[in-house]
Design a protein around this ligand. Structure first.
Ligand code: DOR
Ligand code: ZN
Length: 342
Protein backbone atom coordinates (compact mmCIF):
# COMPACT_ATOMS: atom_id res chain seq x y z
CA UNK A 1 0.00 0.00 0.00
CA UNK A 2 1.44 3.40 -1.05
CA UNK A 3 1.39 5.89 1.77
CA UNK A 4 2.74 8.81 -0.19
CA UNK A 5 1.93 9.92 -3.69
CA UNK A 6 4.21 12.43 -5.38
CA UNK A 7 3.06 14.17 -8.54
CA UNK A 8 3.98 17.24 -10.58
CA UNK A 9 2.17 20.29 -9.23
CA UNK A 10 -1.23 20.19 -10.96
CA UNK A 11 -2.66 22.99 -13.07
CA UNK A 12 -6.26 24.14 -12.98
CA UNK A 13 -7.43 25.33 -16.38
CA UNK A 14 -10.73 26.81 -15.22
CA UNK A 15 -11.51 28.54 -11.93
CA UNK A 16 -13.28 31.54 -10.46
CA UNK A 17 -11.22 33.49 -7.94
CA UNK A 18 -13.83 36.28 -7.92
CA UNK A 19 -12.90 39.78 -6.82
CA UNK A 20 -12.83 42.17 -3.86
CA UNK A 21 -12.17 40.94 -0.37
CA UNK A 22 -12.77 37.19 -0.82
CA UNK A 23 -10.29 37.02 -3.72
CA UNK A 24 -7.41 36.54 -1.31
CA UNK A 25 -9.02 33.64 0.55
CA UNK A 26 -9.98 31.87 -2.65
CA UNK A 27 -6.52 32.48 -4.12
CA UNK A 28 -4.92 30.99 -1.00
CA UNK A 29 -6.76 27.71 -1.55
CA UNK A 30 -5.51 27.55 -5.11
CA UNK A 31 -1.96 28.61 -4.39
CA UNK A 32 -1.59 25.76 -1.89
CA UNK A 33 -2.23 22.99 -4.36
CA UNK A 34 -1.97 24.19 -7.95
CA UNK A 35 0.92 25.57 -9.95
CA UNK A 36 -1.15 27.60 -12.41
CA UNK A 37 -4.79 28.55 -12.63
CA UNK A 38 -6.72 29.94 -15.59
CA UNK A 39 -8.97 32.64 -14.17
CA UNK A 40 -12.45 33.03 -15.57
CA UNK A 41 -13.51 36.56 -16.56
CA UNK A 42 -17.13 36.65 -15.29
CA UNK A 43 -16.42 39.20 -12.59
CA UNK A 44 -18.62 42.29 -12.20
CA UNK A 45 -17.80 44.20 -14.35
CA UNK A 46 -16.34 41.41 -16.49
CA UNK A 47 -12.82 41.33 -17.91
CA UNK A 48 -13.92 42.95 -21.15
CA UNK A 49 -11.11 45.36 -22.05
CA UNK A 50 -7.38 45.68 -21.44
CA UNK A 51 -7.79 48.29 -18.71
CA UNK A 52 -10.03 45.91 -16.77
CA UNK A 53 -7.65 43.01 -17.37
CA UNK A 54 -4.74 45.08 -16.05
CA UNK A 55 -6.75 46.13 -13.02
CA UNK A 56 -7.80 42.54 -12.28
CA UNK A 57 -4.24 41.28 -12.68
CA UNK A 58 -3.09 43.91 -10.17
CA UNK A 59 -5.83 42.79 -7.73
CA UNK A 60 -4.80 39.16 -8.07
CA UNK A 61 -1.11 39.99 -7.67
CA UNK A 62 -1.83 42.11 -4.60
CA UNK A 63 -3.79 39.24 -3.05
CA UNK A 64 -1.02 36.77 -3.83
CA UNK A 65 1.64 39.05 -2.37
CA UNK A 66 -0.09 38.70 1.00
CA UNK A 67 -0.17 34.88 0.82
CA UNK A 68 2.94 33.20 2.24
CA UNK A 69 4.81 30.90 -0.12
CA UNK A 70 2.76 31.80 -3.19
CA UNK A 71 5.55 33.37 -5.27
CA UNK A 72 5.73 30.51 -7.72
CA UNK A 73 1.98 30.24 -8.18
CA UNK A 74 1.04 31.61 -11.60
CA UNK A 75 -2.37 33.05 -12.43
CA UNK A 76 -3.30 32.92 -16.12
CA UNK A 77 -5.77 35.39 -17.57
CA UNK A 78 -8.77 35.32 -19.88
CA UNK A 79 -11.19 37.89 -21.25
CA UNK A 80 -14.92 37.65 -21.74
CA UNK A 81 -16.10 37.72 -25.36
CA UNK A 82 -18.82 40.29 -25.91
CA UNK A 83 -20.82 40.94 -29.10
CA UNK A 84 -19.50 44.48 -29.45
CA UNK A 85 -15.79 43.56 -29.54
CA UNK A 86 -13.52 44.46 -32.43
CA UNK A 87 -10.43 42.78 -33.87
CA UNK A 88 -8.11 45.49 -32.49
CA UNK A 89 -9.30 44.80 -28.93
CA UNK A 90 -8.57 41.10 -29.31
CA UNK A 91 -5.05 41.84 -30.47
CA UNK A 92 -4.55 44.09 -27.46
CA UNK A 93 -5.68 41.30 -25.10
CA UNK A 94 -3.08 39.02 -26.66
CA UNK A 95 -0.39 41.70 -26.22
CA UNK A 96 -1.48 42.23 -22.60
CA UNK A 97 -0.84 38.55 -21.85
CA UNK A 98 -4.30 36.97 -21.88
CA UNK A 99 -4.10 33.42 -23.18
CA UNK A 100 -7.78 32.71 -23.82
CA UNK A 101 -11.16 34.29 -24.45
CA UNK A 102 -14.28 32.89 -22.82
CA UNK A 103 -17.53 32.53 -24.72
CA UNK A 104 -20.63 32.45 -22.51
CA UNK A 105 -23.83 32.16 -24.55
CA UNK A 106 -26.23 34.85 -23.44
CA UNK A 107 -28.21 33.68 -20.41
CA UNK A 108 -26.25 30.44 -19.92
CA UNK A 109 -24.89 31.00 -16.40
CA UNK A 110 -23.71 33.43 -13.67
CA UNK A 111 -23.19 36.94 -15.09
CA UNK A 112 -23.75 35.86 -18.70
CA UNK A 113 -26.73 38.01 -19.70
CA UNK A 114 -24.45 40.17 -21.85
CA UNK A 115 -22.97 37.25 -23.84
CA UNK A 116 -23.34 36.74 -27.61
CA UNK A 117 -26.46 34.94 -28.91
CA UNK A 118 -24.47 32.92 -31.44
CA UNK A 119 -20.95 32.56 -32.81
CA UNK A 120 -22.08 34.58 -35.84
CA UNK A 121 -22.27 37.64 -33.56
CA UNK A 122 -18.52 37.44 -32.95
CA UNK A 123 -17.06 36.33 -36.28
CA UNK A 124 -14.38 39.04 -36.31
CA UNK A 125 -13.39 38.23 -32.73
CA UNK A 126 -13.01 34.54 -33.50
CA UNK A 127 -10.97 34.98 -36.67
CA UNK A 128 -8.65 37.36 -34.84
CA UNK A 129 -8.28 34.87 -31.99
CA UNK A 130 -7.45 32.18 -34.53
CA UNK A 131 -4.77 34.40 -36.10
CA UNK A 132 -3.34 35.51 -32.73
CA UNK A 133 -3.14 31.99 -31.30
CA UNK A 134 -5.58 32.72 -28.45
CA UNK A 135 -7.55 29.77 -27.12
CA UNK A 136 -11.35 29.88 -27.22
CA UNK A 137 -12.93 28.55 -24.01
CA UNK A 138 -16.63 27.78 -24.34
CA UNK A 139 -19.41 27.42 -21.82
CA UNK A 140 -21.16 24.93 -24.09
CA UNK A 141 -24.81 25.06 -23.13
CA UNK A 142 -27.84 26.08 -25.14
CA UNK A 143 -30.00 27.92 -22.60
CA UNK A 144 -33.13 27.55 -24.75
CA UNK A 145 -33.64 23.83 -24.08
CA UNK A 146 -34.33 21.88 -20.83
CA UNK A 147 -31.36 21.80 -18.43
CA UNK A 148 -30.37 18.17 -18.88
CA UNK A 149 -30.23 18.61 -22.66
CA UNK A 150 -28.39 21.90 -22.78
CA UNK A 151 -24.88 20.63 -23.30
CA UNK A 152 -25.55 18.16 -26.06
CA UNK A 153 -27.90 20.63 -27.76
CA UNK A 154 -24.95 23.00 -28.07
CA UNK A 155 -22.70 20.56 -29.99
CA UNK A 156 -23.97 21.39 -33.51
CA UNK A 157 -22.78 24.96 -32.95
CA UNK A 158 -19.31 23.69 -32.07
CA UNK A 159 -19.32 21.54 -35.18
CA UNK A 160 -19.94 24.61 -37.34
CA UNK A 161 -17.27 26.52 -35.44
CA UNK A 162 -14.67 23.83 -36.11
CA UNK A 163 -15.44 23.93 -39.82
CA UNK A 164 -15.26 27.72 -39.98
CA UNK A 165 -12.08 28.27 -37.92
CA UNK A 166 -9.97 25.14 -38.52
CA UNK A 167 -6.89 26.50 -36.69
CA UNK A 168 -8.63 27.92 -33.64
CA UNK A 169 -7.82 25.99 -30.45
CA UNK A 170 -11.11 25.32 -28.67
CA UNK A 171 -11.76 24.05 -25.14
CA UNK A 172 -15.25 22.88 -24.24
CA UNK A 173 -15.37 23.66 -20.55
CA UNK A 174 -16.65 21.47 -17.70
CA UNK A 175 -17.83 18.57 -19.84
CA UNK A 176 -20.80 16.85 -18.27
CA UNK A 177 -22.49 14.42 -20.64
CA UNK A 178 -21.70 11.29 -22.60
CA UNK A 179 -22.52 12.74 -26.01
CA UNK A 180 -20.12 15.61 -25.50
CA UNK A 181 -17.37 13.19 -24.48
CA UNK A 182 -17.87 11.29 -27.75
CA UNK A 183 -17.95 14.55 -29.69
CA UNK A 184 -14.62 15.69 -28.27
CA UNK A 185 -13.03 12.25 -28.70
CA UNK A 186 -13.97 12.21 -32.36
CA UNK A 187 -13.12 15.86 -33.01
CA UNK A 188 -9.89 17.25 -34.48
CA UNK A 189 -6.74 17.82 -32.41
CA UNK A 190 -7.54 21.53 -31.93
CA UNK A 191 -10.62 20.57 -29.87
CA UNK A 192 -10.13 19.65 -26.20
CA UNK A 193 -12.19 19.73 -23.00
CA UNK A 194 -11.82 20.38 -19.30
CA UNK A 195 -13.41 18.08 -16.75
CA UNK A 196 -14.15 19.04 -13.14
CA UNK A 197 -13.75 16.99 -9.98
CA UNK A 198 -17.46 17.26 -9.19
CA UNK A 199 -18.59 15.90 -12.55
CA UNK A 200 -16.18 12.96 -12.07
CA UNK A 201 -17.31 12.30 -8.52
CA UNK A 202 -21.05 12.91 -8.40
CA UNK A 203 -24.35 12.50 -10.24
CA UNK A 204 -27.61 14.39 -9.97
CA UNK A 205 -28.70 11.88 -7.33
CA UNK A 206 -26.04 13.19 -4.99
CA UNK A 207 -27.66 16.59 -5.30
CA UNK A 208 -31.37 15.77 -5.00
CA UNK A 209 -31.91 12.14 -3.99
CA UNK A 210 -32.85 12.14 -0.29
CA UNK A 211 -32.61 15.80 0.42
CA UNK A 212 -31.50 18.74 -1.62
CA UNK A 213 -27.83 19.75 -1.49
CA UNK A 214 -27.51 23.18 -3.11
CA UNK A 215 -23.72 23.05 -2.72
CA UNK A 216 -23.62 20.55 -5.58
CA UNK A 217 -25.81 22.70 -7.80
CA UNK A 218 -23.73 23.98 -10.69
CA UNK A 219 -23.86 24.66 -14.40
CA UNK A 220 -23.82 22.45 -16.33
CA UNK A 221 -25.87 20.46 -13.79
CA UNK A 222 -24.60 17.10 -12.63
CA UNK A 223 -25.95 14.38 -14.90
CA UNK A 224 -26.46 10.61 -14.74
CA UNK A 225 -24.31 7.57 -13.94
CA UNK A 226 -23.70 6.80 -17.63
CA UNK A 227 -22.42 10.34 -18.17
CA UNK A 228 -20.08 10.12 -15.19
CA UNK A 229 -18.84 6.77 -16.52
CA UNK A 230 -18.11 8.33 -19.91
CA UNK A 231 -16.18 11.17 -18.23
CA UNK A 232 -14.18 8.73 -16.09
CA UNK A 233 -13.37 6.51 -19.08
CA UNK A 234 -12.30 9.53 -21.11
CA UNK A 235 -9.80 10.51 -18.43
CA UNK A 236 -8.58 6.96 -17.86
CA UNK A 237 -8.20 6.41 -21.61
CA UNK A 238 -5.11 8.62 -21.59
CA UNK A 239 -6.49 10.86 -24.34
CA UNK A 240 -4.65 14.19 -24.42
CA UNK A 241 -7.90 15.96 -25.19
CA UNK A 242 -9.19 15.83 -21.62
CA UNK A 243 -7.59 17.80 -18.83
CA UNK A 244 -8.47 19.21 -15.45
CA UNK A 245 -10.37 22.43 -14.87
CA UNK A 246 -11.95 22.60 -11.41
CA UNK A 247 -14.60 25.21 -12.22
CA UNK A 248 -14.23 26.02 -8.54
CA UNK A 249 -16.98 28.64 -8.20
CA UNK A 250 -17.42 29.86 -4.63
CA UNK A 251 -20.62 31.57 -3.54
CA UNK A 252 -21.10 32.61 0.11
CA UNK A 253 -23.22 30.12 2.07
CA UNK A 254 -26.21 32.46 2.19
CA UNK A 255 -26.24 32.67 -1.62
CA UNK A 256 -26.50 28.86 -1.79
CA UNK A 257 -28.81 28.11 1.13
CA UNK A 258 -31.72 30.27 -0.01
CA UNK A 259 -34.69 30.24 -2.38
CA UNK A 260 -32.70 31.07 -5.52
CA UNK A 261 -29.43 29.22 -5.03
CA UNK A 262 -26.58 30.38 -7.27
CA UNK A 263 -24.87 27.70 -9.40
CA UNK A 264 -21.30 26.81 -8.48
CA UNK A 265 -19.33 24.23 -6.50
CA UNK A 266 -16.46 25.43 -4.31
CA UNK A 267 -14.23 22.53 -5.18
CA UNK A 268 -10.73 23.99 -4.89
CA UNK A 269 -10.07 23.06 -1.23
CA UNK A 270 -10.86 19.35 -1.69
CA UNK A 271 -10.50 18.61 -5.42
CA UNK A 272 -6.98 17.21 -5.39
CA UNK A 273 -7.32 14.84 -2.39
CA UNK A 274 -10.77 13.74 -3.62
CA UNK A 275 -9.44 12.96 -7.10
CA UNK A 276 -6.43 11.08 -5.72
CA UNK A 277 -8.90 8.97 -3.72
CA UNK A 278 -11.12 8.42 -6.77
CA UNK A 279 -8.31 7.46 -9.15
CA UNK A 280 -6.74 5.23 -6.48
CA UNK A 281 -10.06 3.44 -5.98
CA UNK A 282 -10.28 2.93 -9.74
CA UNK A 283 -6.78 1.42 -9.68
CA UNK A 284 -5.45 4.19 -11.96
CA UNK A 285 -3.58 6.64 -9.79
CA UNK A 286 -0.99 7.09 -12.56
CA UNK A 287 -3.63 8.44 -14.95
CA UNK A 288 -4.14 11.40 -12.64
CA UNK A 289 -0.74 12.85 -13.50
CA UNK A 290 -1.21 13.60 -17.20
CA UNK A 291 -4.84 14.63 -16.61
CA UNK A 292 -3.92 17.20 -13.97
CA UNK A 293 -0.35 18.13 -14.81
CA UNK A 294 0.50 17.46 -18.48
CA UNK A 295 -2.22 17.58 -21.10
CA UNK A 296 -3.61 21.00 -20.24
CA UNK A 297 -0.22 22.70 -20.34
CA UNK A 298 0.59 20.93 -23.61
CA UNK A 299 -2.67 22.07 -25.21
CA UNK A 300 -2.07 25.67 -24.12
CA UNK A 301 1.58 25.51 -25.19
CA UNK A 302 2.91 26.05 -21.66
CA UNK A 303 5.95 24.46 -20.02
CA UNK A 304 5.53 21.32 -17.93
CA UNK A 305 5.21 21.97 -14.16
CA UNK A 306 8.55 22.44 -12.44
CA UNK A 307 7.42 21.65 -8.90
CA UNK A 308 5.92 18.62 -7.18
CA UNK A 309 3.24 18.08 -4.57
CA UNK A 310 3.01 15.13 -2.20
CA UNK A 311 -0.14 13.61 -0.77
CA UNK A 312 -0.24 11.12 2.05
CA UNK A 313 -2.76 8.44 2.77
CA UNK A 314 -4.19 9.79 6.03
CA UNK A 315 -7.78 10.70 6.86
CA UNK A 316 -8.67 14.35 6.34
CA UNK A 317 -12.03 15.76 7.30
CA UNK A 318 -13.06 18.52 4.94
CA UNK A 319 -14.22 21.54 6.99
CA UNK A 320 -17.95 22.38 6.95
CA UNK A 321 -17.19 25.96 6.01
CA UNK A 322 -14.12 27.56 4.43
CA UNK A 323 -13.94 31.30 3.83
CA UNK A 324 -17.72 31.57 4.40
CA UNK A 325 -18.39 29.01 1.68
CA UNK A 326 -19.44 25.36 2.02
CA UNK A 327 -16.76 23.45 0.09
CA UNK A 328 -17.19 20.32 -1.98
CA UNK A 329 -17.20 17.21 0.29
CA UNK A 330 -17.87 19.40 3.39
CA UNK A 331 -17.83 17.30 6.55
CA UNK A 332 -16.68 14.16 4.68
CA UNK A 333 -13.55 12.32 5.63
CA UNK A 334 -11.28 11.84 2.62
CA UNK A 335 -8.62 9.12 2.52
CA UNK A 336 -5.77 11.40 1.41
CA UNK A 337 -4.47 14.74 2.44
CA UNK A 338 -1.86 17.15 1.16
CA UNK A 339 1.45 16.49 2.84
CA UNK A 340 3.73 19.08 1.26
CA UNK A 341 5.12 20.63 -1.91
CA UNK A 342 8.36 21.93 -3.24
O1 DOR B 1 -21.70 26.46 -11.73
C1 DOR B 1 -21.21 27.41 -12.29
N1 DOR B 1 -20.81 28.52 -11.61
N2 DOR B 1 -21.08 27.39 -13.62
C2 DOR B 1 -20.68 28.47 -14.31
O2 DOR B 1 -20.60 28.38 -15.50
C3 DOR B 1 -20.41 29.75 -13.63
C4 DOR B 1 -20.02 29.52 -12.24
C5 DOR B 1 -20.00 30.79 -11.41
O3 DOR B 1 -19.38 31.77 -11.86
O4 DOR B 1 -20.55 30.80 -10.33
ZN1 ZN C 1 -16.78 28.32 -14.63
Amino acid sequence: MTDRFVMPMPDDFHAHLRQGEPLMQYARQHAGQFGRVLLMPNTMPPIFNVARLTEYRADVERALAAIPDSERFEPLFTFKILPSMLAAEIESFARAGAIAGKYYPSGSTTNAADGPRSFDDVDEVLSTMEESGLVLCIHGENPEVPVFERERAFLPQVERLLARYPHLRIVLEHLSDEESVRFVEQGPANLAATITAHHLLFTVDDMIRDSMNPHLYCKPVLKFARDREALRSAVLSGSKKFFFGSDSAPHPREKKECTAAAPGVYSAPAALPALVELFDSLGSLDALIPFMAEYGAAFYGLAAPSRTITLERAPWQVPQLIDGVVPMCAGKTLAWRIWGRN
